[in-house]
Design a protein around this ligand. Structure first.
Ligand code: PLP
Length: 443
């Protein structure tokens, strides 16, 4: 896999904490710092888990090992002098949690480090992150080019909200990315995409999309921001910056959170862009809650362990289900039968924890009825929306992520009524295979 454009951790960032920050007793000990530099130099980079567990606190400092929760909406000024410093633009003065919060700040710092970004902004949900990331660089009259297979919420935001702001979205066929040049105009500000897609687990060739966008950009002379929703793969399995993508948006509710207990979203990119996003977030108000930020920080410590197991389980389940007579299709990017397996192999370091199956209808049961029956028969896998948690979840896209869509829209997204989307958890794989087999045998 190519090296990230933004580069990995090459030096130990200095402690940026302000006097208000909870690490105010931080003492950087020079010898320790040099020692850590040596470790980094020896291995070339710190592993994902090391970054996820320690963030950039790789120097000796006193204070808590776990992250304190700053459960506060506001901050007491020492005196008015401090308020004046804030008013004059000093960013180190904490004033209000919608603007910034130390717990949220530490999660942002860690996410940026994990995702190879200059900076990150944390939000109250994936949709708050996505909508703010888009609106931060788009104004009335601008245009977006997107691939059509998107998370339903994003698609509905594009379909129902952006036209109210006079922002047009056009859709490029991911199998013909050369068509992008016809859709890009001098008003195009963003090329937006997801891969793997939800729920069809289709793969978009990231390298080709970036190449075609840069080509089209030359014709218009206007810089286009390439934005990916990396929720399905997560940074564990796919590093979009390494391919020249500009911005990663992600629902941290999913793999980053990993326990189906928080809502959060993240935007990663250059420091300049993230500053713009944070500026707009103050107005739109989708700030992260400190307690959710704390839970996310905690979850990140086991991120690599969880996702590695989910990768392993999903592949084993996909292989087992491919043989089942009550299944039409199994969609998983790691299966050689996947039409885009060759591209997935090039751009993913792991194939992720998502599998979609299409249940065979019978004389008695229409496709969606067969899918419903399978979901109702399952004993271990839970019938619930969302994904990325340690527990296996199943959902029927036409009743969940892709509800309120017309037949032609479903067709465009490749969604069929017999589909069941499986977010594979970390349970014992033999139990999971047995559960799906009994559920399918029972229809
Ligand atoms: N992107 C993808 C791929 C998703 O699956 C989801 C939610 O299911 C979102 C974004 C939205 O995230 P959230 O529900 O955290 O707002």
């Amino acid at each position: 896999m190519a090296e990230s454009k933004r580069g990995r951790v090459e030096s130990i960032p200095k402690c940026q904490d302000t006097e208000r920050h909870h690490h105010e007793k931080c003492r950087i000990i020079k010898t320790e710092e040099d020692l850590m530099k040596k470790i980094i130099q020896k291995n070339g980079e710190l592993s994902l888990s090391t970054r996820a567990i320690h963030g950039n606190k790789l120097y000796a400092y006193t204070g808590p090992v776990s992250l304190p929760i700053y459960q506060t909406s506001t901050y007491r000024f020492e005196n008015s002098e401090e308020a004046i410093r804030y008013a004059k633009g000093d960013p180190s003065v904490y004033v209000y949690t919608r603007y910034h919060n130390p717990t949220v700040h530490d999660v942002e710092e860690k996410l940026a480090l994990m995702e190879n970004a200059e900076a990150a902004a944390l939000f109250s949900s994936g949709m708050a992150a996505i909508s703010t990331a888009i609106m931060a660089v788009t104004k009335s009259g601008d245009e977006i080019v997107s691939t059509p297979a998107l998370y339903g919420g994003t698609y509905r935001f594009f379909r129902d909200e952006l036209p109210k702001q006079k922002i047009k979205v056009s859709y490029v066929d991911p199998r013909n990315l050369a068509g992008l040049s016809k859709l890009v105009s001098p008003r195009t500000t963003i090329v937006y995409f997801e891969t793997p897609t939800n729920p069809t687990i289709d793969i978009v060739d990231i390298k080709e999309l970036v190449m075609e966008t840069r080509k089209a950009e030359k014709n218009t002379g206007r810089k286009i921001l390439i934005m990916i929703d990396n929720t399905f793969a997560s940074i564990m399995n796919q590093d979009p910056f390494a391919f020249g993508v500009d911005v990663i948006v992600e629902s941290a509710t999913k793999y980053l959170g990993g326990h189906s207990d928080i809502m959060a979203g993240a935007v990663m990119g250059t420091a300049e862009y993230v500053k713009q996003v944070k500026g707009l977030a103050k107005h739109y108000g989708g700030c992260a809650d400190p307690f959710a930020a704390y839970l996310l920080f905690r979850s990140l410590k086991t991120f690599e362990l969880r996702v590695a197991k989910q990768n392993e389980n999903s592949f084993a389940l996909a292989k087992a289900l491919e043989k089942h007579p009550r299944i039409n299709r199994v969609l998983h990017p790691g299966l050689p039968s996947h039409p885009m397996h060759h591209v997935a192999k090039k751009q993913m370091s792991g194939f992720g924890g998502m599998v979609t199956i299409e249940v065979k209808p019978s004389k008695k049961l229409a496709p969606v009825e067969a899918a419903v029956k399978v979901c109702d028969n399952l004993k271990i896998a839970i019938n619930a929306m969302s994904l990325g948690g340690v527990e296996t979840l199943v959902s029927i896209p036409v009743y969940s992520s892709h509800v309120f869509m017309k037949d032609e829209e479903l067709k465009k997204h490749g969604v069929t009524p017999g589909m069941i989307r499986i977010s594979v958890g970390v349970e014992g794989i033999h139990d999971l295979i047995a559960d799906f087999e009994q559920a399918l045998n029972g229809i």
